[in-house]
Design a binder for this molecule. Structure first.
Ligand code: AHM
Ligand code: MG
Length: 351
């Protein structure tokens, strides 16, 4: 997978488009630039946009739960009120199981692979998703998000896919992205070729409009993002890296500022736009860290690297790890190239 050669800069490089481009039109234009494309990947991306809109609609109502009904109860419209993460998980499944484009799915919320029901056709793609990441933040009105990762199937025969189709290397992803439910709803995705684009939902017309074309992450940032509450559990190299970022040295732009939302989609989104480093390292208690390789690390690593940044475990590139378990965890350092390279030096790893 190719990533961009990026020149150092202090501000995010985003081309503000002068025309109004809907996500549908953008996806169609991209498809037409690939002669011979079947349209299946485009169809999956349309369905991601729809799913994002449906989840955004429910997220907007989260604060009204006392008025509209508690989860597990029947609301005044006679509908059962679901927990938001259950709703998001089912929304993905209901929108994708009958598309004819997938052969198997997997969700961070479900232990086992999710098969395509027998009554529906199977296709050539595989979808993994974290339906609502950071959901412990919902009650505090903090940004949350959905993350997705798409692969081409590797099993042959045209029927349902297997674990083999799901346990992959991140470098094999054909598309990845997230929907951020923040002060506005944004969909950011990549299909490779060094291109990452962001679309903002205009709620008045229900359309995602291209707002951040060709996002390029600054080569070096001035923000670090991690849960410093675990400082005393960190390995020495990681702790020394943090201390290094906090030292005062005007020439190298230190000290860095700390920003940690505790909601990966929001923290990675800021890192993509402003640069710097987001990390969820391993600790003595949890050497593999917390975040999941297939649902969180791989899709975010693809986005960051396609925008010109770097993603590493501290020892090896995230995208080169062969997944061995559906829910495996992985230590994570991602963001501006120079900042992640420095983290790798402190971690004692190789690029
Ligand atoms: P979740 O998948 O249970 O929502 O947990 C993932 C979230 C990420 O969004 C975030 O980066 C991380 O957990 C925060 O964890 P911590 O509270 O340990 O800092
Ligand atoms: Mg998650």
């Amino acid at each position: 997978m190719s990533s961009k050669g990026v020149t150092p800069t202090k501000t995010p490089i985003i081309t503000r488009p002068s025309q109004i481009v809907t996500i549908d039109r953008y996806i169609l234009d991209q498809e037409q630039s690939h002669p011979g494309a079947s349209g299946d990947l485009s169809g999956l991306l349309y369905d991601i946009a729809l799913t994002g809109k449906m989840i955004a609609r429910e997220v907007r109502k989260a604060g009204l739960v006392d008025i509209l009904g508690q989860t597990g109860t029947i609301n005044v419209q006679g509908e059962e009120v679901q927990k938001l993460d259950d709703y998001a998980h089912e929304c993905f499944i209901k929108n994708f199981d009958h598309s004819g484009r997938l052969c198997v799915m997997a969700s961070e919320e479900e232990e086992e692979p999710i098969p395509i029901p027998d009554k529906f056709e199977c296709g050539n793609y595989v979808l993994l998703f974290d339906p609502l990441d950071g959901s412990s933040n919902i009650d505090a009105n903090v940004s949350i998000g959905s993350i997705f990762s798409i692969y081409r199937r590797i099993t042959e025969g045209g029927g349902g896919g297997t674990l083999e189709d799901l346990l992959r290397k991140g470098s094999e992803q054909v598309a990845a992205g997230y929907v951020l439910y923040g002060s506005s709803t944004m969909l950011v995705y990549t299909t490779g070729r060094g291109q990452v684009d962001g679309f903002t939902l205009d709620p008045s017309i229900g359309e995602f409009l291209l707002s951040h074309a060709d996002i390029t992450i600054p080569d070096k940032g001035k923000i670090y993002s991690c849960n410093e509450g675990y400082r005393n559990l960190l390995f020495d190299g990681t702790r020394r890296f943090l201390e290094h970022l906090q030292e005062v040295d005007k020439d190298s732009g230190r000290p860095y500022s700390a920003r940690y939302i505790g909601s990966m989609v929001a923290d990675v989104h800021r890192t993509l736009l402003y640069g710097g480093i987001f990390m969820y390292p391993g600790t003595e208690k949890a050497p593999g860290g917390k975040l999941r390789l297939l649902y969180e690390a791989n899709p975010m690593a693809m986005l960051i690297e396609q925008a010109g940044g770097l993603a590493s475990t501290g020892k090896e590139p995230i995208l080169e790890l062969q997944a061995t378990e559906l829910h495996q965890r992985v230590p994570l350092f991602m963001g501006s190239k120079q900042d992640v390279e420095l983290a790798i030096e402190f971690e004692g790893g190789a690029r």
